[in-house]
Design a protein around this ligand. Structure first.
Ligand code: AMP
Length: 566
């Protein structure tokens, strides 16, 4: 039975198969490889999918939906006529349409699929993707991470030696960066970072703004349809610059014709800020993976907007490597997912692991923050274990009550990267009873310990009573018995010591303090600064950073001690 590969994208979706000739894309009924991920109702109130729905986005916005991928697994309702749908149901309609295109093209029933998902998709979003497949009548054999698929498309799995590569995916509205490593047939996503509000459309906006300046005072008076037309022209100008050094555009309104132009230099000038914004997620992904730019062996480009010369040039300059762009950036993920389908069918699937030994998301709690007027505002996110931290890991933070005499706190635990808990995924709640003295604040330690099996233990210890409350949150409930969980966390007990209380660290600290006592004059200030630096790194509870500084300080303090010996 045929196994198809599907790139279920935010803007467009594609379906492919693996044949004896390699990966092959399957065209839809219109003969196109790209099916817009849009769903709507037509005038006869029938569901339409793809380009027909996309074309109705402007004319019938209330009866059409697009860009719903980002809401997979959420409770958001999308109204279509009298019915409402969840994002996974809309995705299922796109999948069903791709499935029937494939059945028509291949002349056989299609019931098995591999679907690509962003590397940063959490468990809820992944389950929603499985559910969408099922609703479309597809058995989802596995999900493949988009950057892994991109790497497979470029055959980066065929190298015998170890390889590190970066996948840069700039789509219409989002920017995703992933660092991957392949070792002995296992492809691992070491880190991922991105910007959910940066994409090719922002570059189009910049051109519209520039055209607006060329049009002058008439610009403000343009009708909505003239504006839509201008935006369309701006998008074409942007694409034109991928081939030419300058483009000229005729813009006709009812009353006037404007001649607008855009050169590569001008485009570079007006996109300066956007180009700058590309840098941060790239740097973050590299440093989260514990690497430097020079450790990257290859660069793979995905997404329509990586066709822009200025984007490629910037990446080349930043990474000092030429990006690979032999394949159409819109096709890369589907082609790579099809390679995986080929491997699965030959029973030699490439292992695709998302950051196996790191926590892929930030775990934390809700906190209230004091505003300048003295009032507290809840709903803020306080990270305890940050994403891409190597696991198992145990971290502690200390919080206090916001009112004196407060008798209870309700600790809410979340996973996600937003500063606001409402945008993160709720994991659980823990009620902690307090018995403070009247008119006193109460303090408590919140310790998160995260195990490789995806189990999070939350311990809250109240300072005054030293009583501890415990909550266990399982990523995959029921996979382990209570006794097994308790045994695992018993083994992790040694992690639950704050680094400043660990013998090897306190030894260095006391040596520094002794050196301070023994010295006089300017050197004391230097020692004091080093003590403060070490304290700060101990507070981060980051083992590798601490170990590095500890070793360096040992040597340093020894040289200070030796100053006294003549
Ligand atoms: P995607 O979501 O991957 O389909 O990316 C679509 C984005 O890529 C849109 O903003 C397009 O305008 C942009 N894009 C597509 N083709 C080109 C091109 N030749 N040059 C520049 N941008 C392009």
């Amino acid at each position: 039975m045929t196994l198809v590969a599907i790139d279920l994208g935010t803007t467009n979706s594609l379906i492919a198969v693996f044949t004896e000739k390699g990966s092959e894309l399957i065209p839809n009924a219109m003969g196109e490889f790209l099916t817009p991920s849009a769903v709507g109702l037509n005038n006869a109130n029938e569901i339409v999918v793809g380009v027909e729905a996309k074309n109705r986005l402007v004319t019938h916005p209330e009866k059409t939906h697009a860009r719903f991928k980002r809401f997979m697994g959420t409770n958001k309702d999308f109204k279509l006529g009298r019915k409402t749908y969840r994002a996974e149901e809309l995705s299922a309609m796109v999948l069903r349409s791709l499935k029937s295109d494939a059945e028509r093209h291949l002349g056989t029933k299609v019931q098995r699929a591999i679907i690509s998902v962003p590397a940063y998709f959490n468990d809820v979003q992944r389950k929603a993707t499985y559910a969408a497949g099922e609703m479309a009548g597809l058995k989802v054999e596995r999900l493949i991470n988009e950057p892994t698929a991109a790497a497979l498309a470029y055959g980066l799995n065929s190298k015998d030696d170890e390889n590190t590569f970066i996948v840069i995916d700039l789509g219409g509205g989002t920017f995703d960066v992933s660092i991957l490593e392949i070792f002995e047939g296992i492809m691992e996503v070491r880190s991922s970072a991105g910007d959910a509000f940066l994409g090719g459309e922002d570059f189009t906006d910049a051109i519209v703004k520039d055209f607006g300046e060329q049009i002058g005072s008439d610009f403000e008076a343009l009708s909505p349809s003239a504006r839509a037309n201008l935006r369309d022209l701006a998008d074409r100008a942007k694409k034109g610059l991928s081939e030419k050094d300058a483009v000229k555009i005729k813009f006709n309104t009812k009353s006037k014709t404007y001649e607008l132009d855009l050169s590569r230099d001008r485009f570079e000038e007006i996109s300066k800020d956007l180009i700058k914004k590309l840098r941060l997620p790239i740097q973050r992904a590299i440093s989260d993976a514990g690497l430097r730019a020079e450790n990257i062996d290859r660069v793979v480009m995905v997404g329509g907007a990586t066709r822009m010369d200025i984007v490629r040039q910037h990446i080349t300059r930043l990474l000092k490597l030429f990006p690979e762009h032999r394949l159409d950036p819109d096709h890369v993920i589907a082609l790579g997912a099809a390679v995986q389908a080929g491997l699965v069918d030959r029973h030699e699937a490439l292992e695709d692991v998302v950051m196996t030994d790191v926590c892929p998301f930030t775990l934390g709690t809700e906190v209230a923050i004091e505003l300048p007027n003295g009032q507290h505002e809840g709903g803020h996110f306080q990270p305890v274990i940050e994403r891409n931290t190597v696991i198992p890991v145990s971290r502690v933070v200390t919080n206090g009550t916001i009112r004196k005499g407060q008798r209870e706190v309700t600790l809410q635990i979340f996973q996600g990267e937003s500063a606001w808990v409402r945008d993160n995924v709720p994991l659980g709640t823990l009620n902690v009873k307090l018995s403070p003295k009247k008119d006193e604040f109460e303090y408590f330690d919140i310790r998160f310990t995260y195990d490789v099996s995806g189990i999070l233990e939350v311990l809250v210890t109240v300072h005054s009573s030293q009583k501890t409350e415990r909550l266990i949150l399982e990523g995959n409930p029921g996979a382990l018995s209570k006794a097994e969980i308790d045994k695992r966390f018993k083994e992790l007990e040694k992690l639950k010591v704050h680094p400043k209380d660990k013998a090897e660290n306190s030894a260095v600290m006391s040596r520094l303090e002794r050196a301070y006592e023994n010295q006089l004059g300017d050197i004391r200030q230097v020692i004091q600064r080093r003590i403060a630096e070490f304290s700060a790194v101990l507070e981060t509870q980051k083992e590798t950073d601490i170990a590095l500084m500890r070793d360096e300080l040992m040597k340093w303090v020894e040289s200070i001690e030796n100053m006294d010996i003549f």
